[in-house]
Design a protein. Structure first.
Lengths: 113, 111
């Protein structure tokens, strides 16, 4: 059973394109997150949603738009992709906002050419 | 805001050697601390966490960490590493609603 799943696993695309990454958790958690891991392995939070409501938005360009259709899903849409967007994007979830352990998905490796 | 420092960027050990990876956070009060591991090509997995109580925390795979409040530290230890411990190790601290990660330590273990 996969607790936090992401699709696609790999995404290669051209600059200027629009792409989406999907995340689903089957843990019954209320809170979901998106993190970006750059080429130096540095992990930084981008967004957090609690029960479909945005609670954290960490100075991310507005080309990035998260969407949470329900508390088990948090998708990330990226418009006008740039070279600097190349990274691994991790989704995570936790039971309660700001509390407890975060469980991470397998990551989506995005390469913008 | 909290910040996390991991001073060891790259550690190379032989199997059976002892390991200690440093982690310092920026300010005190009540802290929740975590160590995550990322094996090559895989996602982050929780090794151990500290919320309160005994400052010596036991995790999975023989890892442990000690919370020393006076030193703002949460160092990760393992008495005898294995080749399979080769991975990236991340210390993290909870800051209000989010986790702040350190820059990670790459551990390479040679047989």
């Amino acid at each position: 059973d996969t607790a936090v799943s992401q699709t696609p696993k790999y995404l290669v695309t051209q600059m200027g394109n629009d792409k989406s990454i999907k995340c689903e958790q089957n843990l019954g958690h209320d809170t979901m997150y998106w993190y970006k891991q750059d080429s130096k392995k540095f992990l930084k939070i981008m967004f957090s949603y609690n029960n479909k409501e945005l609670i954290i938005n960490e100075t991310v360009p507005n080309r990035f738009s998260p969407k949470s259709p329900d508390k088990a899903h948090l998708n990330l849409h990226i418009n006008s992709l740039e070279l600097g967007d190349s990274a691994v994007y991790f989704c995570a979830s936790s039971q309660v906002v700001g509390m407890g352990t975060q469980y991470f998905g397998p990551g989506t490796r995005l390469l913008v050419l | 805001a909290q910040s996390v420092s991991q001073h060891n960027h790259h550690v190379i050990l032989s199997e059976a050697a002892s390991l200690e990876l440093g982690c310092n956070y920026s300010y005190g009060g009540t802290v929740n601390l975590f160590w995550y591991v990322q094996y090559p090509g895989q996602h982050l997995q929780l090794l151990l966490k500290y919320f309160s109580g005994d400052p010596l925390v036991k995790g999975i795979k023989g890892f442990e960490a000690e919370f020393i409040k006076s030193k703002f530290s949460f160092n990760l230890r393992k008495p005898s590493v294995q080749w399979s411990d080769t991975a990236e190790y991340f210390c993290a601290v909870k800051d209000t609603d989010k986790l702040i990660f350190g820059t990670g330590t790459r551990l390479q273990v040679f047989p």
